[in-house]
Design a binder for this molecule. Sequence first.
Ligand code: FAD
Length: 233
Amino acid sequence: MPRLPKWMNDAVETLLASKFLEVKVVAISYPAPAVKKVRFEGYCEAMHYYIGYAVAFRVNALDYRNYTPVMVDDDTFDIVFHLHGKGPGSLFASRLEVGQAIRMLMPRGRKMFRPAAAHFVFGDETSLGLFQAIRQEAGIRQQAFAGLLELDGDNRDAAAMLQLPYIAKENPAAMAAALDTHFAKGAVAGESMYYLTGNARSIQACRKLLRERGVDNGRILTQPYWVEGKRGL
Ligand SMILES: Cc1cc2nc3c(=O)[nH]c(=O)nc-3n(C[C@H](O)[C@H](O)[C@H](O)COP(=O)(O)OP(=O)(O)OC[C@H]3O[C@@H](n4cnc5c(N)ncnc54)[C@H](O)[C@@H]3O)c2cc1C
């Protein structure tokens, strides 16, 4: 999101007050060393939620950052934050504490769930919320769910949480092998939707490998969550 002067961010929050919701942190856990899962409570009925939508927090005077809510029930949702340590969003997330009240920009963005017999998600630590949301929805619809995570070594426990395979980052050979395993297990390219999120460069690599394995462009949805060297997508 664009960096704005403090006075302008203050004005936006006042003028567009109905687009903001106050939420409270009610629980925190760490599925992996640099992965923080935060449960929020608020008047969620006011939100127009769809899988793939992101909320935004004002992480300092000048910046907002996007994060993916996963609905738990009518009043509660989780966000899984990657504490990568390189920006104000990561610092903001690392400082969240139980009992804290925060204003949040309502969910909006790209819908990331399409009708299909099966759903496959690719992403990294930033995508863990989307993995959960799509798995939850596929389960409700009794549709197949699969996925592939790319993780920093220390965060491999996050893959166990989702019971999904993972590969190390920046490893195209491992990505190709994992996709071959996915298809060898019987996945049919023409039946599944493929949702690629996380690092923009990895999304490109994954899309290319899927295309080489016969997946139609129309079955691939992409949403970059971050780009190396770029602030705040
Ligand atoms: C629709 C959408 C949904 C998202 N959902 C989530 C979510 O649920 N959980 C989540 O953790 N993130 C999520 N993100 C990603 C998050 O908004 C970005 O990672 C954001 O850049 C973090 O802001 P920052 O201030 O920490 O770093 P920035 O100030 O934006 O960036 C500083 C530096 O850190 C690098 N960087 C940014 N993110 C990462 C990363 N993950 N790993 C390594 N380097 C990084 C940048 O390339 C830059 O060089 C989402 C993004 C979008 C667009």
